[in-house]
Write a protein that binds this ligand. Structure first.
Ligand code: SF4
Length: 456
């Protein structure tokens, strides 16, 4: 087995990718990602000791968020970035250890993840590919313990992504990264039973909700509460940039920098909800949403004609025809894609290269036309509460169905389209995530002015 990864729904046979990832991840990249996580576990172990004595390590929270985020499915395929990050991680870990020693903390029983060393890039690659018994997922022999450890780790990865987006807007809660360290370190603790790990899994879920609330606060405090909005899905005749992912600060900075340049901006995938925030409505060149869920990107990016910017995961290995016009930023990466560096201090990112690139390319080819409606986040739903309660009381709405999450490319996923079509007219679908693309263009109608698909 040259790799083992079962972190996402696409995994081979529902069991595990063992030669190459369905996502396009090669074995050596998968192994490097495992070593990245292993390195983070070592950092978490010493980080917990730092937390115990109230020693705040500068840059530690951000480093861990970024490291975890990079290993999310379809986020980063760039081996060089992982090599660099692992080296930085080992340096950070050893600096924390030195400082803890000076502070008199006992470090005599640290685990291998907190003590291993490598001398060169070749060493890192060698360890990643040849020490899988200790570093990889299968290092845990008991299947129940392994599954729980991995489930916790995946929860932490998602948490890291949202915490990073919130942090980009200046919102953070120190309890969240502290929990992340404690939970990650606990995945190496052999004294923990299945029951202990189930408890920790539930706690991971609780922190997942906390981090979602934090991101919601960051987004709504900065950009206002989402409101009911019609979003154009057609195109205009100007050169344009397509923005994918979730990071609203990146979008805002790009919109500011494209003002008056003749370059339009469109959202893709899960950036669609950006249109619902009041702060983005002032930009005339923020034209609409282009395309559908992540897995359709190969054909849709080809037709978009202009540059594409990934701010979050969902990269599919590209076709040659458009690979030279894809950019990444934040924790995302792909070999050959241009990477827009992080902001320095509070200075905005520099998007000039992608904007100039857009100017040299033709306008997008229109693939759809019309409008879709969204913006039913919590504040908007509460504003409509009377209307909704009345519709429920009068029997106009009989049931709500929640269908949310990621869309997928397997044919069986058409089930959700068929299900939405088959629902009686007195039902409402509450949706979130790119699963919505399975039914948000079906024109399912409305009930007393409330649309049948409420995109939250
Ligand atoms: S992340 Fe990639 S390698 Fe891992 S299970 Fe999913 S498809 Fe397979």
């Amino acid at each position: 087995m040259s790799m083992f990864c079962y972190q996402c729904q696409e995994t081979v046979g529902g069991k595990g990718c063992t030669k190459v990832g369905v996502c396009g991840k090669t074995a050596d990249l998968a192994n490097l990602q495992d070593l990245m996580i292993y390195t983070l576990k070592g950092i978490a172990e010493v980080g917990v000791k730092a937390d115990e004595i109230g020693y705040e390590v500068p840059g530690l929270d951000r480093f861990m968020m970024d490291g975890l985020f990079m290993t999310i499915t379809n986020a980063n395929f760039d081996k060089e970035r992982f090599l660099k990050k692992i080296k930085e991680g080992l340096k950070l870990r050893d600096e924390i250890k030195e400082n803890l020693k000076e502070k008199g903390v006992d470090l005599s029983h640290l685990k291998d993840a907190a003590t291993f060393s490598v001398n060169s890039d070749d060493d890192i690659v060698y360890k990643a590919n040849n020490d899988k018994e200790r570093v990889g997922v299968l290092a845990t022999k008991d299947e129940d313990i392994r599954s729980l450890r991995e489930l916790i780790t995946y929860g932490l990865k998602g948490m890291a992504a949202y915490a990073e987006h919130a942090d980009n807007l200046g919102y953070n809660d120190p309890e969240i990264p502290k929990f992340m360290r404690r939970a990650l370190a606990a995945t190496m603790d052999d004294s923990l039973t299945v029951e202990d790990l189930i408890k920790l899994t539930m706690e991971t879920g609780e922190y997942g909700v906390k981090v979602m609330a934090l991101l919601d606060k960051a987004n709504t405090s900065t950009y206002g509460n989402p409101e009911i909005t019609e979003v154009n899905i057609g195109t205009r005749n100007n050169p344009a940039i397509l923005v994918s992912g979730h990071d609203l600060r990146d979008l805002e900075e790009l919109l500011e920098q494209t003002k008056g340049t003749g370059v339009d901006v469109y959202t893709h995938g899960e950036m669609l909800p950006a249109h619902y925030y009041p702060a983005f409505k002032k930009y005339d060149h923020f034209v609409g949403n282009y395309g559908n869920a992540w897995w359709k990107q190969k054909e849709e990016f080809e037709k978009f004609n202009g540059p594409i910017l990934f701010t979050t995961n969902c990269i599919v290995p590209p076709k040659e025809s458009y690979a030279d016009r894809v950019y990444t930023t934040n924790s995302t990466g792909y070999p050959g894609f241009k990477h827009i560096p992080d902001r320095v201090g509070d200075e905005p990112k520099d998007f000039s290269e992608i904007i100039e690139h857009a100017k040299r390319l033709p306008a997008p080819t229109q693939i759809e036309s019309g409008k879709i409606v969204g913006g039913f986040a919590h504040a908007q739903v509460f504003a409509l509460a009377d209307k909704i309660v009345e519709a429920v009381k009068s029997g106009a709405i009989k049931k709500f169905f929640v269908m949310a999450g990621c869309d997928g490319r397997m044919k069986q996923r058409n089930y959700y389209t068929e299900f939405a079509k088959a629902l009686p007219k007195d039902t409402v679908i509450l949706t979130a995530g790119c699963a919505k693309y399975k039914y948000n263009k079906l024109n399912l109608g409305d009930i007393n002015g409330i649309t049948s698909v409420l995109d939250a």
